[in-house]
Design a protein around this ligand. Structure first.
Ligand code: NAP
Length: 295
C-alpha cells in the first residue's frame, strides 16, 4: 500500500510512519509531505503530488489551528480545514486514491455526559469546529470510499520545526520550570496518544472502513486531570491550580464534554484503543524515560 501523507510532518504524520512496521507496512512506501512540499490550498500542487506518487491511500493531517486563532482568522480556517480538504478529496477520487481525513471531537456540542459515538449529531461551537465539520462533509461527499477519522486531545512528536507542541509538552515545560499554572476542570476529552491513533488508522485501512470513525484512547479526563498527571510526573503538583472555562475566558467557545466512543471501530472487529492513563504512561516512558520529580 503506497501512502501519501499531507501535512505529514506534524505529530499524526510522524506517528503514521513510526507505527508502520508493526502494523505490517513498509515505512519506505509512505511519503510525508510537509506544508513546504505541498500546501493543500494549492490545488495544482496537490494534483501534481498525486500524479507523481500515484498512492492508493492519502492521509490528510493538515490543519489550520490553534482553535483560538480560528476565531480571528475564520477565512483561513475555512480555506484549509474545509475548502482545501474538499479539494483534496476530489483530487484523490480522480486519482483513484482513498482519502483518510483527520477530524476532531470538537465537532460535538458537549451537552452529553457519556462518550459520543459516530451516530451522535455534531453541533460545533467554534469557528475551528465548524470549519472541521464542513471539511468532513466535503470529504465524504467527494467519494464513498473516503474516511473521516475523529480524534481528541492528540499528543505525539512532530518533526522538529513542524506541527504544534501538544498540551502535555507545554504543561511539562511549565511544571519543570515551576511556573504557576491554571487549567480548566470543566472540559472533558479523551486525550489520545498519536501512535495509538495511527494504529487505529492502519487497522481501518486494512479492513476497508469508509465513512466516519472515532479513534481515541478509551475513557475521559478533564484538561486539568491531564495537567495533573504531568505535574505529578515532574514532582511539582503544588504549582498547578484548577480553574473554570468561565474564569479562564479563552476567545473560542469549547464544548464541555467530548469524550469519544470508538463504536464503529469495535463493530469492525478491530481492537479498541488502550485506556487514556495507560497511553499517557507509555508516552512518558518512551518520550521522557529519564524524567524524575524535581522536588
Ligand atoms: N491536536 C489535537 O489535540 C487534535 C485533537 C483532535 C483532532 N485533531 C486533528 O488532528 C489532525 C492533526 O492535528 P495535529 O494537532 O496533530 O497537527 P500538527 O502536529 O500541528 O500537524 C499539522 C500539520 O499540518 C501542516 N499544515 C498546516 N497548514 C497546511 C497547509 N495549508 N498545507 C499543508 N500542510 C499544512 C503543518 O505543517 P507545518 O508544520 O509545516 O506548519 C503541520 O505539520 C488535524 O486534522 C486536527 O484537526 C487534533
Amino acid at each position: 500500500m503506497d501512502v501519501l501523507v499531507f501535512g505529514g510532518l506534524g505529530q499524526v504524520g510522524e506517528a503514521i510512519v513510526a507505527t508502520a512496521t508493526e502494523c505490517g507496512h513498509e515505512p519506505e512506501s509512505i511519503v510525508q509531505l510537509g506544508r513546504a512540499d505541498v500546501d493543500i490550498t494549492d490545488s495544482a500542487a496537490v494534483a501534481a503530488a498525486l500524479e507523481q506518487h500515484e498512492p492508493r491511500v492519502a492521509i490528510n493531517c493538515a490543519v489550520f489551528q490553534p482553535v483560538d486563532l480560528c476565531e480571528s482568522e475564520p477565512e483561513a480556517a475555512f480555506r484549509v480545514n474545509a475548502q482545501a480538504a474538499g479539494g483534496l478529496a476530489q483530487a484523490c477520487r480522480r486519482a483513484a486514491a482513498r482519502l483518510v481525513h483527520i477530524s476532531t471531537d470538537y465537532v460535538f456540542g458537549g451537552a452529553r455526559r457519556k462518550p459520543y459515538n459516530e451516530d451522535h449529531l455534531p453541533a460545533p461551537l467554534s469557528i475551528y469546529a465548524t470549519s472541521k465539520l464542513a471539511g468532513e462533509h466535503l470529504v465524504l461527499a467527494a467519494s464513498p470510499t473516503h474516511m473521516v477519522v475523529r480524534t481528541s486531545g492528540v499528543y505525539g512528536t512532530a518533526r522538529e520545526g513542524h506541527g504544534t507542541m501538544p498540551f502535555i509538552e507545554r504543561m511539562l515545560e511549565r511544571a519543570l520550570a515551576k511556573m504557576g499554572t491554571q487549567v480548566v476542570t470543566d472540559q472533558v476529552i479523551s486525550p489520545t496518544n498519536a501512535e495509538d491513533l495511527a494504529r487505529g488508522i492502519w487497522g481501518l485501512l486494512g479492513c476497508g472502513g469508509t465513512g466516519v470513525f472515532h479513534v481515541a484512547n478509551r475513557g475521559e479526563l478533564s484538561w486539568f486531570q491531564v495537567a495533573e498527571f504531568v505535574f505529578e510526573k515532574a514532582g511539582t503538583r503544588r504549582f498547578l491550580a484548577p480553574t473554570t472555562v468561565a474564569e479562564y475566558g479563552a476567545p473560542a467557545p469549547r464544548p464541555a464534554y467530548t469524550a469519544l466512543d470508538n463504536k464503529r471501530l469495535r463493530r469492525l472487529g478491530l481492537p479498541d484503543l488502550p485506556p487514556t492513563r495507560e497511553a499517557l504512561q507509555r508516552y512518558f516512558a518512551t518520550r521522557h524515560p529519564d524524567l524524575k520529580p524535581v522536588e
